[in-house]
Design a binder for this molecule. Structure first.
Ligand SMILES: [Cu+2]
Length: 110
């Protein structure tokens, strides 16, 4: 209990991903040219984002903070292929700490 209370204020600075596009578990027609991750609080910077297909090939070409919303990460992709994708991210929150996570979605293909 004491440990949980001690952690709580810090956890607020790391509110995690609130929304992604595509959503976790989504089935989409094709790999979107833009993937977004919206966090619960502002970020200091994007450390890395990988968008890997079932073969482990990374399709991300860039990952940046949205200049109009520092809680939003915009990822550009290339070379869409059908199949499963995993988006693995590491960001630096405003307090300077690193936070990471991952989600998956599927591209149906034509
Ligand atoms: Cu922290």
């Amino acid at each position: 209990m004491l440990a949980a209370l001690a952690v709580a204020p810090h956890a607020l600075a790391h509110s995690g991903v609130q929304a992604t596009s595509p959503k976790p578990g989504a089935v989409v027609q094709a790999l979107p040219a833009t993937i977004t991750l919206t966090f619960g609080s502002r970020l200091m910077r994007v450390s890395s984002v990988r968008v890997t297909d079932a073969k482990g090939v990374n399709h991300a070409t860039s990952a940046r903070l949205d200049p109009r919303n520092a809680a939003r990460v915009v990822v550009r992709t290339r070379s869409p292929v059908p199949g499963a994708y995993r988006v693995a991210w590491t960001v630096q929150s405003e307090d300077g700490h690193s936070e990471s996570g991952a989600f998956a979605f599927r591209a149906r293909g034509r």
